[in-house]
Ligand binder design. Sequence first.
Ligand SMILES: [Zn+2]
Length: 242
Amino acid sequence: MKIKLQLVAVTTLLFAQFAQDAAAQTRVRYGAGFTRTAANQAGSQRNVRSAINAGLGNTNSALDGSRTNTRIDRGALEVYGRYNESGKNVGSALGDWRRRRGNIGRNGRNETQIQHENRTRADFMMLIIRRNASGNNGEATPDTGYSCIRGNRERQPTFPHELGHNLSALHSHANNMARSSRNQLPRNMATLVGSAGRGYRDVANRYSNPNVRYRGATTGRLGNRENALRINRARVSRSRIR
Ligand SMILES: [Zn+2]
């Protein structure tokens, strides 16, 4: 009788663990628009879509490797051929994108931004503008899920950096491990959210987590800006933006 009770207890425990793991991963949906100039500079609309796929691959690899229990799913990627981006930088284009109508105009499927966003049910919506735009490489509005990057940054750390902001990650010295001591990332390296303007050569494809190592080095410090922890905590609310 006693043995049987123990078996039941073990089975219950295993099932509870399985249920917890299954419920743990959160999927956040992503959609994007890009300008006609961004497509022309990339060679084709197809090339922009391929670059976005690569960026999402890098982002999911970082989210997995950093143990965030979060995954980004791709929704529709559309060209906004009527958007006049002359005189716009990343910040002002992001403002147009967030307002959803007016300056942005309709996309290649004759949808407004809000119709595109609703159809694809995107929690995060990114706009990609011409690669020679002035201003920052990318910007994001963390709480509302919008971002804008320059073309040619899709395969760079800019892409997972901005989606990291959308998932609540913050800049901090704890993320920029250049100031850290031994057993942490080398002095010339940063994690993704300490990465502004850097290429992958100088960036660990990770969100900071003191329990995760990258090439033998710790990627974060205990403290209030552990980005993998922040993402883990914010992921459910961010998956419910739309
Ligand atoms: Zn940033």
